[in-house]
Write a protein that binds this ligand. Structure first.
Ligand code: COA
Length: 284
């Protein structure tokens, strides 16, 4: 157990808080070791991870005092790179709540998440070249995928740090909320994921992470496994039987809800279908 990575079991997910506020949660070897231990747990338990930082910062980078002492063999060992790759490859979603500084290695940890939510004080970017090193823990290949080549190049080559509004506009975070609301949103998302089929969620994540040349083979083979699953049969049967029951009870009401003047009711509108899917989900 590490004192600088606080882990809370929230049932549907684990909340891990980087807790080294006096150093702006700079990621040192102890934190890297604790993150590896957390990954080992989540590789077995297969639950969503919410990552956050204590004291108004997510993480202000790798620990510069330790970085200064590292030499070529340490670079080749990829101390942070391997750790963030492992987080990226976790079987279930990773949601990062980015409050305040997410710089250098802290930003790269954020880029390894599947979903990022910012707060109004967010400052995110990679000042590594100013320290005489490169951002070698994922930024050069993940940031372009997230924000596109042009902005990623500008950020990595000039060290430009984005504020919350720019990060939102660039799609680097999916929402900007006050810290408590950001954590509440992450919790809500983790709870939502927990209501879905974990096998389908994990297959979706594997497909999302697969390199371009593996598509569409990977989707088809993942789907082939899911098409044979008991859970798919159960969920689809459940949906169809509930629909059957409600249409049996309220035929006139359904007909009018799904049909606009001049339309046939052979297929529901996609908005209606979506809202029904949401409702179905919430009922589970
Ligand atoms: N590594 C090690 N220590 C760090 C750190 C890092 N990446 N970021 C902050 N700290 C430490 C500071 O050294 C300071 O420690 P001290 O109190 O023992 O002197 C403490 O955290 C607070 O930092 P301070 O600079 O006083 O806070 P601030 O609120 O004025 O500024 C930052 C915050 C993030 C702007 C500033 O600390 C900073 O520029 N950090 C480095 C960012 C960086 O280059 N990251 C990339 C590393 S790969």
């Amino acid at each position: 157990m590490s004192e600088t990575l606080r882990i809370e079991d929230r049932g549907t997910h684990l909340l891990a808080t980087l807790d080294r506020p006096e150093k702006r949660n700079a990621i040192d070897q102890e934190l890297v070791d604790a993150l590896h231990a957390l990954c080992a747990r989540l590789e077995v338990e297969r639950r969503t991870l919410v990552l956050a930082g204590a004291g108004g910062s997510f993480a202000a980078g790798a620990d510069i005092a330790q970085l200064r002492e590292r030499r070529a063999p340490d670079a080749l060992a990829g101390i942070n790179t391997r750790c963030f790759q492992r987080i990226r490859a976790l079987p279930m979603p990773v949601i990062a709540v980015l409050d305040g500084y997410a710089l250098g290695g802290g930003a790269e940890l954020a880029y390894a998440a599947d979903i990022r939510i910012g707060t109004p004080t967010l400052k995110i970017g990679n000042p590594e070249t100013g320290l005489g090193i490169i951002a070698a823990a994922g930024a050069t290949w993940r940031l372009p995928q997230i924000v596109g080549d042009a902005l990623a190049s500008e950020m990595l080559l000039t060290g430009r740090i984005l504020g919350a509004d720019e990060a939102l506009a660039a799609g680097l975070v999916s929402a900007v909320l006050e810290p408590e609301a950001a954590l509440a949103r992450a919790t809500e998302l983790a709870e939502r994921v927990a209501a879905l089929d974990p096998a389908a969620t994990q297959a979706t994540k594997r497909a999302l992470l697969a390199p371009a040349h593996e598509h569409p083979r990977i989707e088809l083979s993942e789907q082939a496994v899911l098409f044979e699953s008991d859970e798919k049969m159960r969920r689809m049967t459940d949906f169809l039987e509930r629909r059957g029951r409600s249409s049996g009870n309220r035929p006139a009401e359904r007909g009018s809800a799904d049909t606009s003047p001049g339309e046939t009711n052979s297929a529901p509108s996609s908005a209606a279908a979506t809202s029904r899917a949401d409702t179905d989900q919430e009922q589970r």
